[in-house]
Design a protein around this ligand. Structure first.
Ligand code: SDX
Length: 429
């Protein structure tokens, strides 16, 4: 007998079914609420609302658990690569050796962008925000893939579209950086694996051989693995919202880029470094920073802290904190910002304000330090987040589009504006 809950509306008792997920999360199915009671629910920021059923990623915010298709993030971070993780997230299972090799070849084949697209970069000013370029370019890529624009995908089309998007995101990102620095584009090298090829296109001149430092390549791949999916976060929910109108995958991920750009979401990794640099250059004490973070009127938040779901450590932050040490040690360098970050974390974890609100470091608190160490420029940090999140966006779009019960997303509202009134001609106002 499935579980139900009862609620009384204007004296009438209504029963609602309870949905129980495979990790025992419970949801009240209110699909019949409005038709049977006339009521809607109200949930600012959807903090308590499940927008879909999904099999892709599971997060337990209280316990700090993150699993991709059931595999713990700690194991994926230690043992997997970004393309293997992307395959798992998009297609649901870890690939066999042959499947992985075929997918890697496909991504390599689709990494170069159409030669005509290089002119598009010329139309952006040198100081254009890389997220603006990335978002625009995804819609441009769709113009060169007309066969992937309409209708729902066959499994074969999903493979091709995934390979195109994963491959071309790395090229667009690298060329955005080259354009901003007035450097010529370097062609993709299919002999290199995904992250090495990206770093090659980012940092080498066309005639140069990429001298890849395995620790740097591994750190880049780790950043992408850790960002690959994260259930119904703001940008992924945006991709689902746009995809629910039956918009194509390229337009949907372009909207995901726009949502990720915000400083409360993907833009936080840049905001963290800017904040740490400000603290470092101004010589503010940790006490002064903590007071500002707790002062509601300061307009200052400790960026990289807090999370809508995690009320414990973000497991990705723990992994990245260790990666900071490893990368800086292997590069025989130090970063004073890491010392400040550590001191802030230590202080916040014993501060009543942060403890009471369950504010812990999130993925963005340490990711920027790793990216700085491997030479990624600050204004490209959120682009790295988008590159990592691409598998999650693709998988969520496809899951929505292949769900026979999926409908166009169209939330309701509580209207608080003017009640009915008559038009007044302009000379009588
Ligand atoms: C990402 O959703 C995802 O999964 C996102 C992500 C992913 O992988 O896709 O994990 C990636 O976006 C991580 C989050 C990156 N953003 C930041 O680091 C920005 C700083 N963090 C905050 O703005 C905030 O914590 C959010 C946006 C992350 C979460 O906001 P919520 O859940 O809406 O919480 P809230 O703003 O209602 O805050 C609750 C309380 C408030 O105090 P009170 O009004 O209760 O007194 O906590 C305070 C807030 O003022 N608070 C902070 C704080 N974050 C929350 N106070 C100081 N510093 C902070 N960072």
């Amino acid at each position: 007998m499935s579980e139900t809950v009862k609620a009384t509306f204007d004296g009438k008792e209504i029963e609602f079914p309870v949905i129980v997920g495979t990790e025992n999360e419970k949801a009240i199915d209110i699909s019949k609420l409005r038709s049977s009671t006339g009521y809607i629910t109200f949930d600012d920021g959807y903090k308590n609302t499940g927008a879909c059923r999904s099999k892709i990623t599971f997060i337990d915010g209280e316990k700090g658990i993150l699993q991709y298709r059931g595999y713990p993030i700690e194991e994926m971070a230690e043992k997997s690569t970004f393309l293997e993780t992307a395959y798992l997230i998009i297609f649901g299972e870890l690939p066999t050796k042959a499947e992985l090799s075929h997918f890697q070849e496909l991504v390599a084949k689709h990494t170069p962008i159409h030669y005509d697209m290089r002119h598009a970069f010329e139309s952006f000013p040198a100081n254009a925000n890389p997220m603006a370029i990335l978002s625009a370019m995804f819609n441009m890529v769709s113009c060169y893939s007309p066969h992937l624009l309409d209708g729902d995908y066959t499994p074969e089309q999903l493979v091709e579209a995934s390979a195109r998007l994963l491959g071309k995101t790395s090229t667009i990102a690298a060329y955005t950086f080259k354009k901003a620095n007035g450097r010529p584009f370097s062609f993709s090298n299919p002999k290199l694996d995904y992250s090495a090829n990206f770093l090659h296109m980012m940092f080498t001149e066309p005639y140069q051989e990429y001298m890849c430092d395995p620790d740097v390549v591994r750190a880049m791949d780790l950043i992408l693995v850790l960002h690959a999916d994260h259930e119904q976060n703001c940008s992924t929910s945006t991709v689902r919202m746009v995809g629910s109108s039956r918009a194509n995958l390229f337009a949907s991920v372009a909207s995901g880029v726009a949502a990720l750009w915000g400083p409360l979401h993907g833009g936080a990794n840049q905001a963290v470094i800017k904040q740490l640099l400000e603290i470092h250059e101004s010589g503010q004490s940790i006490d002064q920073v903590m007071e500002r973070a707790k002062d509601k009127n300061s307009g200052f938040r400790l960026m990289g802290f807090g999370h809508r779901v995690y009320k414990n450590f973000d497991p990705r932050a723990k992994i990245l904190k260790k990666a900071c040490d490893k990368v800086l040690a292997s590069l025989k360098t130090r970063d004073p910002l890491l010392d400040i970050a550590r001191a802030l974390e230590e202080r916040a974890l014993e501060d009543e304000y942060f403890i009471e609100r369950k504010l812990y470091p999130n993925v963005d608190f340490y990711s920027g330090i790793v990216m700085r160490a491997i030479g990624i420029p600050l204004d490209m940090f959120t682009v790295m987040f988008a590159m990592g999140r691409m598998p999650g966006w693709i998988a969520n779009w496809y899951e929505l589009r292949t769900d026979p019960n999926s409908v166009i997303n169209r939330p309701r509202q509580v209207y608080e504006g003017a009640t009915k009134r008559s038009y007044v001609p302009v000379d009588k106002r």
